[in-house]
Design a binder for this molecule. Structure first.
Ligand code: EPU
Length: 417
């Protein structure tokens, strides 16, 4: 088992570039199955979840290849529409294959996706939207088979703006007969990126980034090239680390318009943040100030994927703050670990009450999910003494060698077996 050993207390300084967004690349790679051909996707981050998606594509009959940040998918000969159960267990994003396989073949077999530490993560919005388009699902045991002789466009209203369901429905509707509208759609930048890729394939989709997406079904699509947008959550994690540790960092390729709610909160804490031609510069030269309440919500509200990282800053801020997590019901598991480091945080239902203390103290902690793991790395960089972070498999799903990323900025982190 690998661990990270972190010598805390270093200020961060320098320049770092953000890779492509995992959560944009995953649905886009899945979408390459919607039409046969050779697709070339660039700026694809080298992460465990991406390798798992490539394995899933191979298992369906696609040929995949990575050269640098370019992933090529040849989806000409798909031999199976069954997503292997063991890969579904490994990664929830395997559900993104439902939309494109239904669009191209009118059938798909999936299994319950892997349980996740951060909450129940139901699938009802995906299924009910696909049923609205004419898919019939039959469940037997863990297997769920979907079939449709012809998908027919319709008006779909989501009961909640689910990111994954919005993406699945855009893909399924791309070749449906007639017009589909998705109301109360999620508005995340990754959805705009998927729209851009699908339109490059020949789809006719508009409205991504707003609450209403319109899809005019087309009869034929063709392979395309696409460059994935930069990862706003990795960019946000670097901003949070700099604000927690103090210092000044240029985050190249980061887009300030994708993380405005975070930037607003960090400025209230005392950070100076400016966009420049190549990215974002963040400087922090004081103890962070407490702020009233941060409430997570669907984009453009504060992202749940940055909640744990910002909590580390507030745990050493001057004063009391609170966070309300409204997206995932079990996304406070890092709190127990931060308490081991001395943090004073009380949980009352959806609300975390944080009493800022002078500093954290290094100890042994374990990451429970991807973003919680990133938060513990930041906590280790802030803390006095040495912190050991266990369970790196979670962190490696979403951050490419996180220790190298922060060591380039002056942190002292070793990966050890
Ligand atoms: N939900 C339902 N029914 C559904 C779908 C969702 O009740 O059919 C609920 C979920 O249980 C959850 C909420 O809706 O409480 C939000 O789920 P959503 O579907 O929006 O999230 P997701 O598509 O499963 C994506 C990201 C997550 C990110 C969330 C929220 C990808 C691959 N994953 O998940 O990223 O936290 O949106 O922004 O895009 C991460 O990268 O660490 C991560 C967990």
């Amino acid at each position: 088992m690998e661990v990270l050993k972190i010598d805390g207390g270093k200020r961060l300084a320098g320049t770092v570039k953000v890779d492509g967004a995992k959560n944009a690349a995953l649905p886009i790679l899945a979408a390459t199955t919607i039409v046969g051909g050779i697709h070339r996707i660039s700026n694809v981050p080298e992460l465990r979840d991406i390798s798992t998606m490539m394995q899933i594509l191979e298992s369906l009959g696609c040929k995949t290849k990575r050269e640098g940040d370019v992933v090529t998918v040849d989806s000409t000969d798909i031999t199976s529409t069954q997503i292997p159960a063991e890969l579904m267990m490994k990664m929830r994003s395997s559900i993104f294959l439902m939309g494109p396989l239904l669009a191209r073949f009118g059938e798909v077999e999936t299994f319950q996706p892997g349980g996740c530490a951060i909450g129940e993560r139901k699938m009802d919005i995906h299924f009910s939207g696909l049923e609205d388009l004419g898919v019939q699902f039959v469940q037997s045991g863990d297997s769920i088979k979907g079939k449709s002789s012809r998908l027919i466009g319709t008006a779909i209203k989501l009961r909640f703006p689910s990111v994954g369901a919005t993406e699945n429905l855009m893909m399924a509707a791309a070749t449906a007969e007639g017009m589909t509208t998705i109301e109360n759609a999620a508005r995340e930048p990754e959805i705009v990126d998927l729209q851009d890729f699908l339109n490059a394939l020949g789809a006719r989709i508009s409205g991504a980034g707003t609450s209403t997406i319109s899809v005019t079904g087309v009869n034929s699509l063709g392979a395309a090239e696409h460059r994935v947008i930069p990862d706003r959550i990795v960019a946000g994690t670097i901003l949070c680390a700099t604000v927690a540790c103090g210092g000044s960092v240029d985050v190249l390729e980061a887009r300030i318009d994708h993380i405005e709610s975070l930037v607003k909160s960090l400025r209230e804490m005392g950070a100076e943040i400016e966009a420049h031609a190549n990215g974002i510069r963040v400087s922090m030269n004081q103890r962070p100030k407490a702020i009233g309440e941060i409430k997570t919500g669907p984009y453009p509200d504060f992202p749940t994927d940055l909640q744990s990282q910002v909590m580390v800053i507030l745990s050493i801020a001057s004063g009391d703050s609170s966070i309300k997590e409204t997206i995932f019901e079990s996304r406070y598991q890092h709190v127990e670990q931060l308490r081991l480091m001395g943090a004073e945080i009380a949980i009352e239902g959806e609300v975390a009450k944080i009493h800022g203390i002078d500093g954290l103290t290094g100890t042994k902690v374990a990451s429970t999910d991807l973003r919680a793991g990133a938060a513990l790395v930041i906590a280790g960089m802030v803390a006095r003494g040495e912190t050991t972070v266990e369970n790196l498999n979670h962190i490696d799903r979403g951050y490419h060698r996180i220790e190298e990323l922060f060591n380039e900025l002056g942190a002292s982190i070793r990966r050890e077996s």
